[in-house]
Design a protein around this ligand. Sequence first.
Ligand code: NDP
Length: 242
Amino acid sequence: MSNTDKVVIVTGASSGIGEATARMLVERGCKVMLAARREDNLKKICKELGDKSSYFVTDVSNHKKVLEMADETISLFGRIDVLVNNAGIMPLSLLASRRVDEWEETIDINIKGVLYGIDSVLAHMIERESGHIINVSSVAGHRTNAMSSVYSGSKFAVRAISEGLRQEVAGKVRVTIISPGAVTTELGFSIKDETVRDNMLKMLDHDFLEASDIASAICYCIEQPDSSSVNEMIIRPTDQQL
Ligand code: NDP
């Protein structure tokens, strides 16, 4: 198996960074299982990508579904070499606004979803003494600010979980944290608090990266020789200060 002939699961592959990553991986020769909730998007992308791709409708906050996603990948492609735990939401708000449902959803998707993804592939990878888990955190996983407490908390958690995992499976499974800065995707639509959304737009006076910029960073990590593990990357637009 070469580093461009891997079986990769990408969660959150129905748009944005996940979609761009799935497309780039297939172009480079990988077989890709795309996972997300919006079946129409997944079906359309897979139709374009051809038989090196497949999809599994998955809500990453549902443990059973995530386990089924991994099982389906193994029955279709024979193994799982890489999991890209990318699905996420960013419903920013002030804590005082008491949008408790959004806090729960952020924790369920951004933290538990990542843990369920890890759980779905880890035994398989440990048994094969080979594999790679890539968890998408954020610049918000390195710093926090007002309105971002819960989202940042979830992304700090992704980094903590990833580092613990890295130490547990060193020598067997590679672990990578990807922390993007601002990228043009649909993520901003998960902000439901209109005041926050308007304020954010005013604050963001720098350029945005394209989703393909993050996809190529992820491909770089996957394509390194197995003896070399890229553990963490932060990728910002050049003029993003924070
Ligand atoms: P998008 O909104 O374009 O993509 C998010 C993806 O996550 C979609 O495919 C969505 O699919 C999926 N998703 C959301 N909830 C669930 C769920 N419960 N189960 C399965 N899939 C789910 O945004 P991005 O591409 O920007 O986001 C990808 C990752 O990058 C996220 O983790 C985000 O936090 C991170 N990130 C993004 C940055 C940016 O500036 N864009 C900056 C830093 C980090 P569906 O709705 O079909 O389920």
